[in-house]
Every structure is written in C-alpha cells, then in structure tokens.
Design a protein around this ligand. Structure first.
Ligand SMILES: *Cc1c(COP(=O)(O)O)cnc(C)c1O
Length: 386
C-alpha cells in the first residue's frame, strides 16, 4: 500500500468511502496519481473544478491577494468583496440583487432556509424526493436520502418531500403555511435527473400565489455546468433565493446566497459567518468569473455535453437503462449497481462518480477537450462490456 494511504488511514474520520489511489497533481481535465498514472477527471472535485485544474489566473489572484489582505470580515468593507458582488449581480437575474457569502453549499442552504422563515414568518418547507441540499441539520432536513437522514433524527419540523417532477403534487404541498419550496434544477446526487420546465414553472406560480419563497439550489448546476452560466436561464425561472457554491471560486471553499430585496430587510446580526466574503475567496471567485468569460465555458459545456450525451446514448449495452443530463452534468442509469463500472472506468484511466446506487455520473471540468470526451465515451463502452 502507498505510504500516503497508510498515513491518511491512521487518522481519517472514516466517513468517506475512498478509492485506493493518491492524486497529487492536475492540469486542465487531467489528474495524476503518485505513481504517475494519468486520468481524465470526470469527478472534477464533485463539481468544483469547472475551470480545470491548475488554472493560472486563479493561482495568481490567490497569491497576490494572500500577500495583500487575506482576512477581512464583514465588520468592514473590502474592495475585492465589492467587486465580486458587482460581478455576480451582473450575471444573475436583476431581481437577485443581494448576496450573502459563506463557505459551502450546505451553508448556503442553511441561510436560505433561515431567510425564508424571516421573510414569511412561516416555517413549513417543501422539498423534493431524491433532492440533495447538504448534510448539516437544516439542509439535511431538506435533503431526501433516508441513508443520510435516518441516523440523525429528529430533524427540523415542518419539512415535507414531494415526488420530483410530479406537477400534480405541488398544489397540495405548497400552501399558505409554506415558507419555502426548495429544489434543484437537475438533481445531481439524486441520480442526474433534470427537472421539467412545467414542474419548475408551476412551483414558481404557486409560490407567488401563496406567498411562499422559491429557493433554487444551483450549488451543483451553477457556473456553466449545464451549458448556461446558471441553469435557471434554461428554465426561465426567477427564484426569490438562489443557492450557489462548489465551482464559484475556482476550487476555493465559497458559497453564496443571492436573494431579492423584496424579501425585506433581514434583522441585523440574525445570520453571519466569520469566513464569509473573505478577500482571498473573493479574489479567487473574481478570477474564476473572468476565466469563464475568457474561455466561454458555458458554451463549451453545451458543446462537449452534447457530444458526451450523444456518445453515451450510442453505446449499446444491456446494462444501460437510461442516459440523461444537461450540459456537462451527465449520467448513465444502469440496471445494476454502478460500483463495478466506476472501478472498470478507473482501470481505463477515467474517474467518474456515483449518483445513487445505480447511476454513473460525469462532472468533468468544462475545459475538457473533444478528444478527451471521445476517450471518456470509449472507456465507458469498454467498461460496460467488461
Ligand atoms: C454538493 C451540494 C450541496 C452541498 O454542498 P457542500 O459544499 O458539500 O455542503 C448542496 N446542494 C447541492 C445541489 C449539491 O450538489
């Protein structure tokens, strides 16, 4: 066994199911292990590494900011934070004109749920079956997976889960006691399942009619992943609150809650976080957004995503139940457990991810080339016939 694996194993929490390789370096869509083996990285930091590994603009911005001012809490104003607010606001629907910065996806969801309670003075929350919103207690209450929830009850009161994409279920669930309806636009963890436009439109309509807050969780689908900067552009929906994280800062831990001024003023000090809006993460995020524009990454995700989707669809294997996804968030649902296929892919130099027990999920950096996408398709064809 590699020395690194032994050393980690001595102190690891034991909570993560690890694969037996040690990754030490990355460039673009490729990573290398400590034995020098090369992999096409369709794990992409579980959706963080949209820019690809080793991005120089982010590295330079981080180094520069680390030498200038790394820490500055929101007790004070800061030039980097002001710039990031402007850059994000310019990309978002005009109604999402306020931004709260934090450090992770689950933290963005926690804040969103609190803001919805503040704004509505109600506490009911409607979420979706197979939805994933994080694992801290509040977000976990919105997450569906029984395997994540059952060990930790009782969770927060007032949460219900309706079948995803079942338009008829919305009317009974979203009532005048509902503070928020929360959903992803493509369920990631839950098996790479795109929402239907009808489901999202009807949810938005009912939330508006009944005074509930619509929270869209784009922690995984944001920042070009689905072929537009945010997936909401493809759904024509303007949520009251939008949760962002993962790829927002080119690999630095950062989350954001974008919300509408129409929610009303939030009581001072009712929510905060010490790392929120630190200049280091802001500088990384500003550089990340610059690279998105320079490299036209949303367009790239659309083109490479279409290529990957078509290539996976063309694989004829009795193991495949369905191929689905949006942009470069693609999945193959198998008729069997995905574990052996993930292992076979790794042996063929492709790292991919599960999404529930039977789905193989692809979340490559958006800089992945057409040649690399073809290699991923070929490796998948070979892994499925193994
Ligand atoms: C990953 C994810 C989260 C949780 O983000 P963390 O940074 O892991 O806490 C929340 N929502 C969605 C849709 C996610 O994919």
């Amino acid at each position: 066994m590699s020395h690194t694996i032994e050393r980690e194993s001595a102190h690891t929490s034991g909570l993560y199911q690890k694969r037996d390789i040690v990754l030490v370096r990355g460039l673009g869509a490729v990573v290398w292990d400590d034995a020098g083996r090369e992999y096409i990285d369709c794990v992409g930091g579980q959706g963080i590494a949209n820019l690809g590994h080793g991005n120089m603009a982010v590295a330079d911005a981080l180094a520069q900011q680390a030498r200038t001012l790394a820490s500055c809490t929101e007790l004070f104003y800061n030039d980097r934070r002001a710039e990031l607010y402007e850059r994000l606001a310019a990309l978002l629907p005009a109604s999402l004109d306020r931004i709260f910065l934090c450090s992770s996806g689950t933290e963005a969801v926690e804040g969103a749920l609190k803001f919805a309670r503040l704004a509505t003075k109600r506490h009911g929350v409607v979420a979706t079956m197979r939805g994933f919103h994080g694992k801290t207690m509040g977000a976990l209450s919105a997450t569906w997976g029984p395997e994540y929830r059952e060990l930790f009850g009782p969770l927060l009161e007032g949460f219900t889960h309706i079948p995803f994409n079942r338009v008829e279920a919305l009317d009974a669930a979203i009532t005048t006691d509902t503070s928020a309806f929360i959903t992803e636009l493509v369920q990631g963890e839950g098996g790479v399942r795109p929402a239907t436009k009808e489901f999202i439109a009807e949810a938005a309509r009912l939330c508006r009619a009944r005074g509930a807050i619509l929270i869209i969780d784009e922690v995984q689908t944001g920042f070009g992943r689905t072929g537009t900067m945010f997936a909401l552009e493809q759904f024509g929906v303007e949520p009251d609150i939008l949760c962002l994280a993962k790829a927002i800062a080119g690999g630095m831990p950062m989350g954001a809650i974008a919300f509408s001024r129409a929610l009303g003023d939030l009581p001072k000090r009712s929510h905060s976080t010490t790392f929120g809006g630190n200049p280091l993460a802001c500088a990384a995020s500003i550089a990340t957004l610059g690279e998105h524009a320079r490299l036209k990454l949303a367009e790239a995700a659309r083109a490479r995503g279409a290529q990957l989707h078509a290539g996976l669809l063309a694989i004829s294997s009795p193991k495949i139940r369905e191929v689905r996804g949006l942009g470069l968030l693609q999945g193959i649902e198998l008729k069997e457990n995905a574990g052996p296929t993930l292992k076979a892919l790794q042996e063929r130099g492709v790292l991919a991810l599960g999404a529930g027990p039977t789905v193989v999920r692809y979340l490559p950096p958006l800089v992945i080339s057409a040649v690399q996408v073809d290699a991923v398709i070929e490796a998948t064809r070979s892994a499925l016939s193994a």
